[in-house]
Design a protein around this ligand. Sequence first.
Ligand SMILES: [Fe+2]
Length: 181
Amino acid sequence: MEDRRVKEQDINIVEAIRRHPLFQQYYKRLEQAEKDRRFCCHQMNHLLDVARIAYIQNLEEGLRFPKKMIYAAAILHDIGKARQYEEGIPHEIASAEIAEEILKDISLGKHKEFSDKNIFSEEEQQEILGAIRSHRIYREDMNSFEKLLYISDKKSRQCFACSAEQECNWSLDKKNMEIDL
Ligand SMILES: [Fe+2]
């Protein structure tokens, strides 16, 4: 039978981030912390919704950000959420700290799972970290990558179909109360 397992050296950098021990450790903590949560959760469905919305917007608006940067920022942007639940650290700060460690580790090439051409430059790493730090509070002077992550994160929520919408403390102007095209 054909071996369908992906060869280690063929995995892309976003999958390498997902497999990184630090990502796995914090992701498990997050799953545990949100297991009974009625409000928005921050697990893989949400992370990939954000990635896909951002990538669609990237194409529609001709922003030309590399797909790997968009997906990396999206899957890392809430990775520190468990630290907010458990330690009260704002999750955009905790997520950026964890993301920085993972991106640095991967970009130093300590991991041999993927080829060098896939790693992030120092500039790309900083852009990803900036967008993670800024994804919670809108600022007029956001750069376009920060804005892309911020908007995609908000758009990903289906408040009109959420049973906890009435109790949710998001302001009404942030809630998505209809399908937005
Ligand atoms: Fe999010």
